[in-house]
Design a protein around this ligand. Sequence first.
Ligand code: CMC
Length: 434
Amino acid sequence: MAESGSAKLTLPVGGIEKTIELPIRVGTENEPAIDIASLRAKTGYVALDPAFVNTASTLSGITFLDGEKGILRYRGIPIEELGAKSTFVETAFLLIYGHLPNKAELDRFSLMLTRHSLIHEDMKKFFEGYPSTAHPMAILSSMVCSLSAYYPDPVDTNDAEQMEMAIGRLLSKVRTIAAFSYKKSIGQPFVYPKNNLSYCANFLNMMFAVPAEPYEIDPEIVSVLNLLLILHADHEQNCSTSTVRLVGSSKANLFASVAAGILALWGPLHGGANQEVIEMLEAIQRDGGDVQKFVNLAKDKESGFRLMGFGHRVYKNYDPRAKLIKTACDRVLAKLGISDPLLDTARRLEEAALKDPYFVDRKLYPNVDFYSGIIYRALGFPTNMFTVMFALGRLPGWIAQWKEMNEDRSTKIGRPRQIYTGNLVTPYVDIASR
Ligand code: CMC
């Protein structure tokens, strides 16, 4: 990475004004950064940046995002092109290995995902222990973590074959675990993976087939599922990805690191928003459908209510993923002959918010979660599976980021500092005297 000059910082140190120089680093897309790693050693100061609103936690060559212009690229390739031309498996390879696979590489990678789709039979017993009301994200995270109990050998991250095996197992088995957790929640028998099906078709079959009758896999549904998973596949240093990196920086194994990422994703301000969006749209409908009332509620800070599926830490423009999902949504509903009143409510809500000065001034636009739930509903996924679908999509990104971090010899354990605001030294008081 280019070092491009330095920034001068003048600040009081021990009562005397001191000027230091900090290196300026510039990324390939000309994003400039001040490298403050030596700040404390040189001055005694640390940088305070709660919620990392202005902190780059790493260098990364995986995903480029320009939130002002609404640009998203994986390994340099625009998301729009990948959405139109690629498959989820190919995009996963691209993210993880850094280049589009040739035919032999793609065949080998696909074969890995096919071969490793079964989970250990003993793991099926775990599902019996959960109540049928268990949220599938709770099951998914526990099961992914449990994979480390079944594959306990440490993975040498410098050994390509060991890495390939761990990556293949994880990508393949998560799909089976997700489908089994759904079957458990509705009391249907598990449907085993089928090796003759593609990644997405296999998942749909495990989700929706039943032993009593044949299940026909609609290629249009397979295609839209590929698109949805591609659009979720990576988003640089978001909350769950940063969690995967932070946990992984302690040298925790891939399964444990990703399980932690799944839990971070579950929160309603992150991936859990797709479930919340549908619940919000249903609440608006139950209330009579007055979208302006809910826009007003979201503007009232006292209400504690936010428009779910709106706003983003980085995008200050229309989220490019939301644009693609909105178009796909219209296509899928038309193709399946579904008329979902929630889509109409969503459109009216978007229209009302986008012309409201509160949302305009704060540059709050629909994000990836705003329309995705409506497609998932049309495809037959229950609301509590939406965040699981997000996790399935985000998996290649988590793996790619974990791998990139482990391959970087300069990686250290992640360990932020703090500014202590508690008591000064305080004597212990015996219980009788309190
Ligand atoms: N509804 C109403 N007001 C909002 C919203 C919203 N959805 N989002 C942000 N604001 C306001 C916020 O109150 C603040 O106002 P003010 O400047 O007057 O204090 C301003 O906009 C900036 O918000 P912020 O909370 O400082 O922004 P942030 O970058 O910390 O939060 C966010 C980003 C995504 C958590 C937030 O926009 C939000 O809560 N959105 C709703 C939940 C959601 O849709 N999450 C999915 C995000 S995209 C997919 C993903 O990452 O998983």
